[in-house]
Ligand binder design. Structure first.
Ligand code: SAM
Length: 235
């Protein structure tokens, strides 16, 4: 997936770090802690999921990204990797204490099946924590007048098979599969002119590589949702 360089994924993970710290306070690590980084990519986050002595599994469908994840996490005995599809998770039921999706569910074509799989492998009382964007609320200033309806980035993501509007839809989808105690919101962070410009440059380069000319805005904002949802306890 040439869309993502390690540099891009690192920056992205850095921006969402405070939300993940909140997620970890919500997890129940008491028994057999196994955590899953669903669609771990280059593995920039997976080692975080080892705290409280958890065994962390980074799972991805892309062998190239997974190879990099394996290499980067080599010295860590608590991090494991599996090449697999999120729509058919190679785990027995009720085994995971925590599942993270960090910009992954947006890329999974059959999301309904993947969510059912995540629910299946979660232990009762454990949670799925997700960070996913919602480009419905994308702001660009100034707007490139060539693209009157919406940003070419949105078209590009759709073209590549992603759902750029997942963020706002996910809470309902999780409720529909009977997950409970659902909480969600959008992330906010300090505006840093330097990193903001890097993000814009990354997007311009991405479109340029595809032959799409886009006059870069000075400012962009994409709402990013954080969502947690628990598997019901059995009484
Ligand atoms: C935007 S990247 C995010 C990577 C990582 N979570 C991060 O934040 O750095 C999306 C990842 O989802 C993976 N992916 C897409 N569809 C998948 C599927 N069906 N099963 C497993 N992984 C999948 C891609 O290979 C890619 O690594």
């Amino acid at each position: 997936m040439e869309l993502y360089t390690t540099h891009f994924l690192c920056n992205q993970a850095h921006r969402t770090a405070p939300a993940r710290q909140f997620f970890y306070t919500q997890a129940n690590w008491k028994t057999a802690p196994i955590s899953l980084d669903l669609g771990c990519g280059t593995g920039v986050i997976t080692s975080e999921l080892t705290f409280s002595r958890a065994q962390a599994i980074g799972l991805d469908i892309n062998p190239d990204l997974l190879t990099q994840a394996v290499m980067d996490n080599l010295p860590n005995n608590s991090v494991h990797h599996i090449l697999a599809d999120a729509t058919s998770l190679p785990f027995r039921s009720s085994v995971a204490s925590f599942v993270l999706s960090h910009f992954t569910l947006m890329w999974i074509h059959n999301r309904e099946t993947a969510l059912a799989e995540v629910k299946r492998i979660l232990r009762p009382g454990s949670l799925l924590a997700a960070i996913e964007p919602d480009y419905t609320g994308r702001i660009e200033i100034p707007k490139d007048t060539e693209y009157t309806s919406h940003s070419p980035i949105i078209d590009y993501l759709i073209f590549r098979g992603a759902d750029p509007f997942i963020g706002g839809k996910l809470p309902f989808e999780l409720r529909s599969i009977n997950l409970t105690k659902i909480q969600f919101g959008t992330l906010s962070w300090e505006y840093n002119p330097r990193t903001a410009q890097t993000e814009i440059r990354d997007e311009v380069a991405l479109l340029q590589a595809k032959g799409i000319h886009w006059k870069p805005p000075v400012f962009t904002y994409t709402p990013i949702f954080w969502i947690i949802a628990f598997k019901r306890k059995i009484h």
